[in-house]
Design a protein around this ligand. Structure first.
Ligand code: TXA
Ligand code: MG
Length: 314
């Protein structure tokens, strides 16, 4: 069973031996392994029960260090990196050969990010290789935003969890790449579209906000071990499901009944995003049989919240 702690040296030693450590980031916790070591990467897929055609994000500690394993950056992406790294932004960049095929499912581009979390940045500086780190959850399940989340669902498969507290943003990174010379958002996430557009102008958003539809075997709907999630107007849903033992996740307001979670009493979108995955997990662990969820206002981070609710509901 995984141990939790804050020992960066210990984490570095485990990683150097090709084994797995869960790491905190500002978005969600990641399941990390040496990005240059095929055996270590294979362990990540195995631990998560993740299909090998779903590529991984590589984490590094500086723009300079990213150059070790990528070719030059498109000027649009360079602007974004300069402005938002470290932060909840993942860029799709042409890879060098040091990145194994297993990381990218054989694709030309590798997903890269500089996480904004002191412990993890210090860990990355103490090793001489970048880290692959998908979210530290079993494939298809809700991403973890605390060390306890990791231990509860993946504890058997990870040796050590670096505990960096609750993830400050709580929703995965926004993925951006270039397609036909235009910037494209492949996954909505912790960095808002409008912040990106302030820097590089209008961007395209892939309709379903899945990651890369060009990726081999892209999955539209995950297997989800979550209880059934239904998104909509709460009073209507309450009425429709009145004969069921339901739980409710509301965006804002006060808790009215038992089995309710409010993401942000004051309707603060950042606070709501931060609490979303914990709310889904606690509902899943409670005795309710279905989860009724209220969407966030569809702007800024609310778009990413609604995207995750929709994914949880299909
Ligand atoms: O915030 C995050 O991004 C977290 C933290 C740990 O950094 N990581 C994360 O990783 O969410 P993961 O593996 O759960 O999600 C990564 C997504 C997947 O949907 C994958 O298909 C996509 O990124 N992806 C990875 N590499 C890609 C590539 N080369 N081209 C297109 N999509 C890619
Ligand atoms: Mg994930």
């Amino acid at each position: 069973m995984a141990k939790k702690g804050t020992d960066i040296q210990k984490a570095a030693n485990i990683l150097k031996q090709g084994r797995l450590v869960a790491i905190p980031t500002e978005t969600v916790y990641g399941l990390a392994a040496n990005a240059y070591n095929n055996d270590a990467i294979a362990r990540v897929f195995e631990a998560k029960q993740r299909p090998s055609f779903d590529p991984l994000i590589v984490h590094s500690h500086s723009i300079e260090s990213v150059k070790d394993f990528t070719m030059g950056m498109d000027p649009l992406l360079e602007k974004l990196a300069g402005k938002f790294w470290p932060g909840p932004l993942t860029l799709l960049l042409d890879r060098k050969n040091v990145i194994p095929d297993l990381v990218t499912s054989g694709m030309k581009r590798v997903a890269v990010r500089l996480p904004d979390h002191e412990i993890t940045i210090n860990l990355l500086k103490s090793i001489d290789f970048p880290l692959v780190a998908p979210s530290a959850n079993p494939f298809g399940y809700v991403s973890p935003t605390s060390a306890d989340h990791v231990v509860s669902k993946l504890g058997e498969h990870v040796e050590y969890v670096l505990d960096g507290g609750n993830s400050a943003i709580g929703i995965e990174s926004t993925i951006v790449g270039i397609d036909d010379e235009r910037a494209v958002i492949y996954r909505l996430g912790g960095l808002e579209i409008r912040d990106i557009e302030k820097i590089i102008g209008e961007v395209d958003v892939k309709p379903r906000s899945t990651s890369n539809p060009k990726a081999p075997g892209m999955l539209h709907s995950h297997y989800s071990p979550l209880k059934k999630v239904i998104v909509g107007n709460i009073s209507e849903l309450r009425n429709r499901y009145k004969n069921n033992n339901y739980g409710i996740i509301r965006f804002s307001g006060n808790i009215e009944k038992r089995n309710e979670v409010v993401l942000s009493p004051t309707g603060n979108i950042r606070e709501a995003a931060k609490n979303l995955f914990s709310a889904l997990r606690s509902m899943d662990e409670s005795d309710v049989s279905i989860i009724l969820a209220e969407p966030a206002p569809p702007e800024g981070l609310g778009l990413a919240i609604n995207d995750r609710l929709k994914r949880a509901s299909t």
